[in-house]
Design a protein around this ligand. Structure first.
Ligand code: GLN
Length: 195
């Protein structure tokens, strides 16, 4: 586990974790599906996939992963996509979700309506010195309703922040793993939160 070749974990309890693993494979990054508390020790970074935040939160507790997960996301680079973003937020407008509060944002779960805004939008982004087209796939996406002072907004789409970062935490409201763009995966594996 060297700085140059991270092992990127993907939380594999529910959701589209296999798609993230395929993306990591396609850019030559070693990946590991995280399902037990011991698995956290095998990885340098962690992706929390899209799916259902309520279900993922419930499984973290049922499988006794809450402590290991909580400690990992407070100290290591993590990237939450969609449901993962909901889980990492400070506050969610839905009492069925108890978020972990590691990035100072508030989100409106399903904030664009349950089916409306489940669509693909072309976007363009500059990251790590590369400018690339980036199709944004939104599926019952969370909408960011508050951005804390220490949070960086990396991409705004239609007036809403859709990629944000604070310290070791990266979140995106959409699903790059469902596109052919590897920009975000390369950023997370090789550039994000390296000092
Ligand atoms: N709306 C879902 C949730 O709140 C997230 C949807 C997704 O990950 N595509 O968990």
């Amino acid at each position: 586990m060297t700085a140059a070749a991270p092992v990127v974990g993907v939380l594999a309890l529910q959701g589209d974790y296999q798609k993230h693993q395929q993306m990591l494979n396609s850019i030559g990054v070693a990946s590991y599906l995280v399902r037990t508390s011991d698995d956290f020790a095998q990885v340098d970074r962690l992706i929390i996939p899209g799916g259902e935040s309520t279900v993922i939160a419930d499984l973290l507790r049922r499988f006794d992963l809450h402590e290991a997960f909580s400690s990992f996301i407070r100290s290591r680079p993590v990237w939450g996509t969609c449901a993962g973003m909901v889980l990492l937020a400070a506050r969610v407008n839905d009492e069925t979700v108890n978020p972990y509060g590691v990035i100072d944002i508030d989100v409106d779960r399903n904030g664009y309506g349950r089916q409306y805004f489940s669509d693909i939008y072309p976007a363009h982004m500059e990251l790590d010195g590369a400018a690339e087209d980036l199709p944004l796939v939104f599926i019952r996406a969370p909408r960011v309703t508050r951005v804390g002072a220490g949070v960086k907004v990396l991409l705004v789409h239609k007036g809403d922040p859709v990629i944000l970062a604070q310290n070791n935490v990266l979140v995106s409201a959409f699903h790059p793993e469902l596109t052919s763009s590897t920009l975000m995966h390369r950023h997370f594996a090789f550039a994000f939160a390296r000092s």
